[in-house]
Design a protein around this ligand. Structure first.
Ligand code: GLY
Length: 330
């Protein structure tokens, strides 16, 4: 029996309320699940970092036809992984300083199950490999060659992730960089996505090629559960974009979910998360971090250190690009 496959129990949806089902699992305590919906709920809904219109539209397609939040996340972020014009996610991503494209991703479901791949090369869809880690192994994280090997065993094809465009830019960078990675505040296209489906089930995913021209082996926040992503069906979820080192130091996404648990709105929680980071970096304005969050009612929020941050929301109420205030001004 797969360790983290939960036995489906009696989830029934009545008049906008989900009855509290009892989940049983192999190797886990039985858990009573709190209802996720109430009369104010706007579900289903998906939100993602930045203005990723195609990714959120794909996720919405899944949700609006009765699909699960988990499938919406995988299908949604995969759009960016496959877009070679997006140079910070998936194929086409900028390489590390040695010219190797390494990808990071994680995924988390309503039951706290999660999977991640770190510094994986030659595989175009790390989010799907992360899901396989979650569903088909007893582990949470696979890294480097191990992740790649696992992907081949699961039928993923070996591909060249370095496009001519990213290669040419890297070669240009090498001419003046003295081989030093620098903080790149423009590295802002990591996609983090959170979704709640019509059953009230929540899931999240985060995928990136990481910091451009990073040192070989460097991994940021995006595949780290609690840092780049965290979801908890009792509360909601959060995900991050920007300089991963700072997000890891604050366990940012977990922090934001915990702040929501204490009663803050998603917006208030994102603001507080950014403020905590800035308090540790007094006087600095050379890096960027943005958080987005959703609570179990479907209320959303987003906040960033640098100006110019937006996040996208897709629900029955519309398809909205939400400009967000920032710590350093709008
Ligand atoms: N947030 C992406 C990274 O730091 O790698």
């Amino acid at each position: 029996m797969e360790r983290r496959k939960f036995l489906k129990n009696s989830t029934t949806v009545t008049a906008g309320l989900i009855s509290a089902p009892i989940l049983a699992s192999c190797g886990r305590e039985k858990t009573t699940v709190a209802p996720i919906q109430d009369s104010k709920t706007v579900l289903p809904i998906v939100i993602c970092t930045w203005n990723f219109e195609n990714a959120s539209a794909r996720a919405w397609e899944v949700l609006s036809t009765g699909g699960t939040a988990l499938d919406a996340i995988e299908q949604g972020v995969m759009v960016e992984e496959n877009d070679v014009n997006n140079q910070t996610v998936g194929k086409g991503g900028r390489p590390d300083r040695d010219g190797n494209v390494t990808l990071d991703a994680c995924i988390m479901d309503k039951d706290g199950n999660c999977g991640a791949v770190l510094a994986m090369q030659h595989i175009a869809n790390p989010i799907s490999v992360a899901r396989k880690v979650m569903e088909d192994t007893p582990h949470v994280m696979l890294v480097g060659k191990g992740a790649e090997q696992f992907a081949y065993e699961k039928g993923f094809k070996k591909v060249n992730l370095l496009t001519e465009k990213s290669k040419a830019e890297w070669l240009e960078w090498k001419k003046t960089s003295k081989y030093k990675p620098i903080i790149n505040i423009e590295n802002h296209d990591t996609i983090g996505m959170l979704a709640i489906d019509e059953n009230g089930d929540i899931a999240g995913g985060c995928t990136t090629s990481g910091m451009a021209y990073k040192m070989a082996g460097r991994v940021g926040d995006s595949p780290i559960i609690g840092a780049g992503l965290f979801v908890d069906k009792e509360v909601g979820g959060a995900t991050a974009t920007g300089v991963g080192e700072e997000v890891i130091r604050t366990v940012g996404s977990f922090l934001i979910v915990e702040l929501m648990r204490q009663g803050k709105s998603p917006q208030e929680a994102c603001v507080e998360g950014v403020k905590r980071i800035m308090a540790k970096n007094e006087g600095r304005n050379d890096f960027q971090i943005g958080f987005i969050a959703i609570n179990k009612k479907g209320e959303t929020g987003g906040y960033c250190i640098q100006p110019g941050f937006t996040y996208r929301t897709y629900s029955k109420e519309g398809h909205v690009n939400n400009p967000s205030n920032s710590f350093l001004g709008t």
